[in-house]
Design a protein around this ligand. Structure first.
Ligand code: HEC
Ligand code: HEC
Ligand code: HEC
Length: 378
């Protein structure tokens, strides 16, 4: 009996030392050019399947049918995913097909996955494969729209994809647009190529609460926001990636461009919660209650008057503070929730907002955002 143990121990030692020698000798290929051996592929795939299944158990899936969410996810897919995974026509840079493993065509993968598994993969990425993690781990609210889009992706053709990604926006060069003062100004190249898809060339945000309106926004605020995204000080997986590629000159030029455009008033149908409160249809948001919070704050809850910093007219703006007038209600509400959870970040003045909104309750957030969103220009 003892002798058998001894033999086993010696054999195990030989396997371990032998294995180590093979690794040390350097004969195992790490080259991507030949792909994986069949057995390695099987092993890695099996490990991935088990890991994703185990770790995604218990993730709660929100309602993913909202068209605005799908459009938000499509915009991100275009800027952050299609370089590797391609568009519905299957075309991608040749470089990508030389990766091991290759980024798969998601039209084939998605139907085999549960939404919570897609969420897990998009949030955390996959080690040693080139599949990156989401840049901001605190922004689950940005990842679910991508999942909502992925679930639609297998059924899309290229034309339908383009409509989701850019809407009516045409990427033709040499466009010009009328500024708020009535001058004709050229549209910067980057706006046509990149920003226009989500914020619109006209800066109106495509009429959806998921992309903020930039037209008429305070120029200094646009600039410090882009700088904050650029330096990962304002947390957004979508905007950090886009701003990281902008030069200081582009940041300046585009902030000036959008600030000069005339904002359109937000109409009630664009504020989805504006007409009916989805959770309590009998208790719609109140413009008057919102106006009182903006003008006086709520003393018992340590909430200051918002108008002290944000004013109730667009001008004059001496500081790099944003105007909230005519901004989409859904967008404003989201930003306040992010401030409360400490997952927004922003410029050096962003801390002012923590103390300002920590005391607000969900109904109050809704009312004050509804008020600003519907406040007419004066
Ligand atoms: C730099 C290239 C690259 C980028 C950018 C990229 N991926 Fe991937 N992705 C990959 C690779 C490589 C794999 C294959 C991993 C594997 O086979 O284990 C993959 C796998 C996947 C999978 C399948 C995982 C599974 O269950 O087998 C999904 C879903 C996915 N990516 C979604 C996305 C989304 C959504 C984005 C954008 C937010 C994105 N990817 C961005 C390279 C990329
Ligand atoms: C894929 C869609 C998409 C594209 C393309 C895009 N953005 Fe954004 N942008 C967003 C989203 C979503 C937000 C809100 C992010 C958040 O929650 O912080 C945002 C926020 C912003 C903000 C902050 C606005 C505010 O009121 O605080 C600025 C400024 C901005 N984007 C500028 C740009 C510029 C300039 C470009 C082009 C170089 C661009 N964006 C391209 C989706 C996009
Ligand atoms: C002491 C000044 C101050 C007060 C008071 C204040 N804010 Fe702000 N607020 C700011 C600053 C500064 C920012 C920009 C932060 C950044 O991104 O750097 C901001 C940003 C915001 C944003 C995000 C806008 C966007 O486009 O992303 C919202 C929404 C907002 N404030 C709502 C409110 C509300 C509602 C109140 C009142 C309850 C309020 N604020 C009170 C200074 C203030």
């Amino acid at each position: 009996m003892k002798r058998r143990w001894k033999i086993m121990a010696v054999l195990s030692l030989i396997v371990v030392v032998g294995g180590a020698l093979i690794v040390v000798s350097g004969v195992i290929p790490v080259k991507a050019s030949s792909g994986h051996w069949e057995i390695t592929r099987w092993f890695l795939n099996f490990t991935k399947e088990r890991s994703v299944a185990t770790h995604s158990t218990g993730i709660e899936v929100p309602d993913l049918e909202d068209q605005a969410l799908i459009i938000k996810g499509a915009g991100h897919y275009e800027t952050g995913c299609q370089v590797c995974h391609g568009k519905p026509d299957g075309i991608r840079p040749r470089l990508v097909s030389l990766m091991t493993p290759k980024p798969p065509n998601l039209k084939k993968i998605v139907p085999e996955r549960e939404p919570q598994e897609l969420f897990y993969v998009v949030k955390h990425g996959i080690k040693m494969t080139g599949m990156p993690a989401w840049p901001e781990q605190k922004r689950d609210d940005e990842i679910w729209p991508v999942v909502a889009f992925l679930l639609k992706y297998p059924d899309l053709d290229l034309a339908e994809y383009d409509v989701l990604v850019t809407g009516e926006h045409q990427k033709q060069s040499d466009q010009s647009i009328e500024s708020a003062e009535g001058a004709s100004i050229p549209v910067p190249h980057l706006v046509i190529e990149v920003c226009g898809g989500c914020h619109g060339v006209d800066g109106q945000g495509r009429g959806l609460g998921v992309f903020p309106r930039l037209a008429g926004q305070n120029e200094a605020y646009l600039r410090v926001s882009l700088e904050a995204y650029h330096h990962d000080k304002r947390l957004s997986g979508t905007m950090e990636e886009i701003a990281s590629r902008m030069s200081p000159t582009e940041i300046q030029e585009i902030s000036r461009y959008y600030s000069r455009l005339q904002p359109q008033p937000t109409n009630r149908s664009q504020n989805k919660k504006g007409t009916v409160n989805r959770d309590h249809p009998e208790d719609p948001p109140s413009f008057e209650r919102g106006a009182r919070i903006a003008a006086d704050g709520i003393a018992d809850q340590d909430v200051p008057a918002c108008a002290d910093c944000h004013a109730t007219t667009r001008k004059p703006f001496k500081n790099a503070y944003p105007t909230l007038i005519g901004q989409y209600q859904d967008y404003l509400e989201l930003q306040i929730r992010l401030f409360q959870n400490r997952s927004r970040g922003g410029s050096q003045s962003a801390n002012l907002m923590h103390a300002a909104v920590d005391g607000l309750k969900p109904d109050e957030i809704r009312d004050v955002c509804f008020y600003y969103s519907e406040l007419p220009e004066r």
